[in-house]
Ligand binder design. Structure first.
Ligand code: HEC
Ligand code: HEC
Ligand code: HEC
Ligand code: HEC
Ligand code: HEC
Ligand code: HEC
Ligand code: HEC
Ligand code: HEC
Ligand code: HEC
Ligand code: HEC
Ligand code: HEC
Ligand code: HEC
Ligand code: HEC
Length: 453
């Protein structure tokens, strides 16, 4: 808009007579404001400097005295900057670039500070940015809902893109200190939280609680694409991942004192759900693990340390029971170390590999390795034939009984520990006992604990 509007003065004729003669105007005059004329222009709470001084001529020159017509002198877009030098930062607001200062400022005055045409913490910006009204979105950010756009945006220009007053993260943390990690406690910070907050939150509004771009897991898959694929393709997907709340039941979105942004330690995390019997996708009944652990006080090492993911994958797996590595599901299996990678990740495979048991295992009769004897053969007994993997009431996690055959007959083991060995009276053979001291000269005390360092 160049050249400016032609203005018509609506007051009664004879204006000049009201003025002292020495002040007789030639063009537009201070006397434009009288009891009858243009009084409204100065009756504002905030009046513009030159208007207060009745310097109407600074902005209006008469072009047609008879018709009482006025024009803006010079280029309309430069009107304000002839008196107000503006120093702009990198990013310029479009109306400022266009010199449309009156889009926000009333040239004469207004009820609002700085002669703004509306309250900048309420409706000013929405006058043009109707699309940001966001009233139709279910969750509108507090300051946006009130229209306080200038808490985050500069009106004229900014060093930041999108006219932000500060880089996004600094901006957000300015009001949300609770999302600032405490380095002494929150040692694991989610990478995008250290970056900025907009990867997950919409600064203005959204249809998801907390103004998230979308709910988990979709939100998480935006960046964790590999995990989307892994879960889509896996043979077994954990019910926890597909349950309501998905990823957020186990992970904190911002930071955590625990690795992998865990919300709690595994045992607490897992047992919160696994405190009741469940049904697997294929109809199997899944043990109430909390009850099982409560009733069987001798817990396996990793569980004592609070870890379930030493053996289980939390999200999805190719193996049954979400196992991390291989472990034979049956009572019998031909021996192959590759079937036992789960156990041998932490225990030494030597315990089943040689006939000589000394130094490799405590389960031996003299030097005869009884692990080797049971496990390492074509029709080998698997570890589950004797051991309970989570917890037991017996020493060495020995089972009370083991399901045998397709009917699930419970074959009792009746294991008894003795000072130098033990005995059992199982359903599969007559009572037997073993004694490590039968070859005392090669039996170093405390050897063969079988755990890798
Ligand atoms: C700082 C520059 C400036 C000064 C000083 C100024 N005006 Fe204006 N005035 C404008 C502009 C710009 C417009 C056009 C507004 C628009 O088109 O949005 C305008 C419009 C007007 C109009 C027509 C529209 C309306 O708002 O009623 C009148 C009448 C008017 N001015 C009178 C005056 C009088 C009387 C004075 C002196 C007391 C004065 N102006 C001082 C800039 C100024
Ligand atoms: C003839 C010179 C002149 C022109 C042209 C002019 N102004 Fe002003 N403006 C002033 C003066 C003088 C003040 C009062 C300065 C003060 O109080 O410190 C002022 C004050 C202001 C203020 C308040 C600043 C503050 O810090 O309180 C704003 C906003 C403003 N002008 C905007 C505009 C806009 C928008 C235009 C164009 C429509 C414009 N001005 C045109 C002279 C001018
Ligand atoms: C999008 C609305 C908008 C436009 C367009 C705009 N202003 Fe402003 N202006 C504001 C707001 C809001 C403030 C108060 C700034 C603040 O508090 O941070 C302001 C403040 C000012 C001030 C007071 C001093 C300062 O810089 O803070 C002046 C003078 C001013 N504007 C002049 C202008 C001029 C001249 C133009 C045109 C080149 C212009 N404005 C265009 C909204 C606008
Ligand atoms: C007079 C009309 C008008 C007013 C009033 C106005 N804007 Fe704008 N704004 C525009 C135009 C035009 C654009 C550029 C086109 C677009 O992106 O929509 C723009 C763009 C923006 C952008 C995007 C800048 C970018 O680089 O992406 C932001 C942010 C913005 N305005 C904030 C504000 C805020 C905050 C206010 C109130 C202080 C405001 N606007 C008031 C007209 C206006
Ligand atoms: C809490 C801070 C905050 C408030 C309040 C806020 N904005 Fe924004 N706005 C942002 C951020 C951050 C961006 C940059 C978004 C991005 O890059 O994804 C932005 C971007 C924009 C843009 C650029 C286009 C877009 O949507 O990405 C416009 C226009 C805009 N805001 C207008 C407004 C208006 C109008 C208001 C007031 C109703 C407002 N904003 C209130 C933080 C805010
Ligand atoms: C000017 C202060 C201010 C700034 C800056 C600000 N917020 Fe807010 N935010 C608020 C207020 C006020 C609320 C509403 C009160 C509440 O729910 O705690 C809110 C609410 C929120 C909520 C929802 C809280 C809930 O419990 O549902 C989220 C999420 C949020 N803000 C994220 C952000 C992000 C991301 C940014 C940076 C782009 C940001 N905020 C910048 C003031 C601010
Ligand atoms: C990886 C995605 C992600 C990022 C990045 C992110 N958030 Fe969040 N934020 C969330 C999720 C998910 C929730 C909801 C948490 C819940 O349901 O308990 C949330 C909740 C919030 C809340 C409200 C509840 C609370 O925890 O106080 C605020 C405020 C918030 N975020 C601010 C921020 C700020 C500020 C940043 C940047 C420093 C940020 N967020 C970065 C995902 C994210
Ligand atoms: C804006 C992108 C983005 C979004 C959205 C996102 N993440 Fe991340 N996340 C990352 C990046 C980058 C890393 C660090 C690199 C890596 O490990 O892949 C990371 C790492 C992680 C880690 C490993 C942290 C560690 O300390 O080992 C977890 C767990 C995680 N994200 C969970 C989530 C969850 C849950 C969600 C959804 C609520 C989510 N992420 C959404 C980008 C994102
Ligand atoms: C049952 C609890 C649980 C659920 C549900 C869950 N996670 Fe995890 N997640 C974990 C645990 C525990 C770890 C740490 C695994 C480890 O240390 O080996 C982890 C690790 C991660 C990691 C980092 C290591 C890796 O595997 O890449 C990412 C990223 C991750 N989770 C994202 C997600 C996303 C995205 C979702 C939702 C689709 C999700 N998680 C759901 C418990 C869970
Ligand atoms: C030392 C490895 C190991 C650890 C540690 C471990 N598990 Fe397991 N878990 C297994 C194996 C192996 C199975 C397969 C069933 C079996 O052979 O008894 C299994 C099966 C399960 C099942 C399915 C049971 C059923 O009835 O089908 C659940 C549930 C389970 N574990 C939960 C947990 C929880 C919760 C933790 C942590 C408190 C945990 N596990 C720790 C190895 C482990
Ligand atoms: C939000 C509830 C929830 C949490 C938390 C949870 N689970 Fe589960 N889990 C389930 C449900 C539901 C099932 C059965 C449905 C399915 O997986 O298809 C299940 C099944 C399992 C199974 C048996 C899978 C099968 O088909 O044999 C194992 C093993 C398991 N969970 C281990 C864990 C471990 C380890 C953790 C902690 C890292 C954990 N769960 C945390 C809900 C949960
Ligand atoms: C994540 C590491 C880890 C995995 C995997 C693991 N264990 Fe263990 N296991 C331990 C730790 C730690 C101990 C405790 C050692 C100690 O107390 O000296 C232990 C102890 C044992 C004991 C008792 C030893 C004793 O002296 O009381 C048996 C039996 C056992 N594990 C069998 C198994 C079987 C069978 C598997 C495979 C299903 C397996 N473990 C997988 C870490 C593991
Ligand atoms: C026939 C029953 C039986 C089978 C099968 C069996 N164990 Fe054992 N295991 C025992 C007995 C009994 C002990 C206790 C030895 C002692 O200290 O007196 C034991 C002890 C252990 C120990 C403690 C360290 C050691 O070697 O003394 C580990 C670890 C262990 N077994 C792991 C396994 C693994 C892994 C498998 C499967 C590859 C397995 N066991 C198969 C009976 C068995």
């Amino acid at each position: 808009m160049i050249g400016g509007a032609i203005l018509t003065c609506v007051c009664a004729a004879g204006l000049p007579e009201l003025l002292p003669s020495q002040d007789k105007p030639t063009g537009p005059v201070e006397s434009c404001v009288t009891a009858e004329c243009h009084t409204g222009i100065v009756q504002r709470r905030i009046v513009h400097g030159p208007v207060a001084q009745r310097k109407c001529a600074a902005c209006h020159v008469e072009t047609d005295a008879a018709e009482h017509r006025f024009a803006i002198p010079g280029e309309r877009r430069e009107l304000c900057t002839t008196c107000h030098a503006m120093s702009h930062r990198t990013y310029l607001h479009e109306p400022v670039r266009q010199g449309n200062c009156t889009g926000c400022h009333d040239p004469h005055g207004s009820e609002h500070a700085l002669m703004l045409v509306a309250d900048p913490t309420r409706g000013l910006c929405l006058g043009c940015h109707h699309e940001n009204e966001d009233a139709s979105r279910a969750f509108v950010h507090g300051p946006v809902a009130t229209g306080a756009c200038i808490l985050c945006h500069e009106a004229h220009s900014s060093w930041q893109p999108a006219l932000l007053t500060e880089p996004p993260r600094t901006l957000c943390l300015g009001c949300h200190d609770e999302v600032r990690p405490d380095p002494r406690r929150d040692r694991h910070v989610h990478a995008p939280v250290a970056d900025d907050c907009l990867g997950c939150h919409d600064a203005h509004a959204s249809d998801v609680r907390h103004q998230l771009h979308e709910a988990a897991p979709g939100l998480c898959y935006r960046c964790h694409d590999a995990m989307r694929e892994q879960i889509a393709e896996a043979r077994l997907v954990h019910g926890a991942v597909t349950a309501d709340g998905g990823c957020s039941t186990c992970h904190r979105p911002h930071f955590s004192a625990l690795p992998a942004l865990r919300s709690r330690t595994d045992a607490e995390l897992c047992l919160d759900c696994h405190d009741k019997p469940m049904t697997a996708a294929d109809g199997r009944r899944i043990t109430n693990m909390r009850q099982h652990l409560d009733e069987h006080p001798d817990h396996h090492g990793p569980i004592r340390e609070g870890s379930c993911v030493g053996c289980h994958l939390p999200h999805a797996s190719e193996a049954p029971n979400l196992l991390r590595l291989a472990y034979p599901p049956d009572f019998y299996a031909p021996y192959d170390a590759a079937r036992y990678t789960l156990c041998f990740e932490c225990h030494i495979p030597a315990m089943v590999q040689s006939q000589q048991g000394t130094g490799a295992t405590r389960f031996r009769d003299g030097d005869l390795n009884l692990h080797w004897l049971h496990v390492n053969k074509k029709k080998g007994r698997t570890c589950r034939a004797c051991h309970e993997v989570h917890a037991s009431k017996n020493p060495f996690h020995m089972r009370d009984a083991v399901p045998f055959g397709t009917q699930g007959w419970l074959l009792e083991i009746r294991y008894e520990k003795s000072p130098d060995g033990g005995s059992c009276t199982p359903g599969c053979h007559a009572a037997k006992s073993y004694d490590r001291t039968l070859v005392p000269e090669t039996d170093a005390p405390g050897d063969g604990a079988g755990s890798r360092p």
